[in-house]
Ligand binder design. Structure first.
Ligand SMILES: *[C@@H]1O[C@H](CO)[C@@H](O)[C@H](O)[C@H]1NC(C)=O
Ligand SMILES: *[C@@H]1O[C@H](CO)[C@@H](O)[C@H](O)[C@H]1NC(C)=O
Length: 149
């Protein structure tokens, strides 16, 4: 899962350009705050949190639950364990990553979200991971080199 990884890269870029830094700081603070809440809720370790924020794929049950918890707390996954496209859009604060034909993530968020909006799982820990995997697979189909989420 690279959603948070890309957010952090974006934050670094935004901060160094001091563009939108107030908004970026707010989002960064929000992610860290929610990640800490999720660490407690899922009994995850500091290391699990660090790996998640570094963009590692979840490999253990605990890390799947941690990732899904964060996606839910950020409002990207709703109470029905489904994608909430508007809140996903809000997390894309930098839109400079381009597909092979020069399109940005934001311009393609609708088709990507539409393709993934019925993805779900009764198990919350599985649902969050499935949704992010779907978003990445769709982005790759639309010409992004690697899944940007
Ligand atoms: C976390 O650990 C506590 C204490 O050991 C336990 O009661 C709780 O059920 C655990 N929660 C999860 C999600 O594993
Ligand atoms: C989406 O974001 C809005 C505004 O932050 C929030 O009120 C709403 O609860 C979020 N959706 C979900 C499913 O959490």
């Amino acid at each position: 899962m690279k959603l948070f990884y890309s957010i952090f890269l974006i934050l670094l870029a935004a901060l160094s350009l001091s563009a939108d830094s107030a908004e970026s700081n707010e989002i960064e603070a929000l992610i860290v705050e929610k990640a800490k809440i999720c660490q407690k809720e899922t009994n995850a370790s500091e290391n699990d949190v660090d790996e998640m924020l570094d963009g590692a794929e979840p490999t253990t049950q605990t890390s799947k639950c941690l990732h899904s918890c964060l996606v839910k707390k950020l409002g990207v996954m709703n109470a029905d364990n489904k994608l909430e496209p508007e809140n996903l859009t809000k997390m894309v604060i930098d839109d400079t990553i381009k597909s092979s034909d020069g399109k940005t993530i934001k311009s393609l968020i609708k088709p990507i979200s539409d393709a993934c909006k019925s993805v779900t799982d009764p198990d919350e820990c599985e649902a969050g991971v499935k949704i992010v995997d779907c978003l990445n697979a769709e982005a790759v189909k639309l010409g992004f080199k690697t899944g940007p989420f």
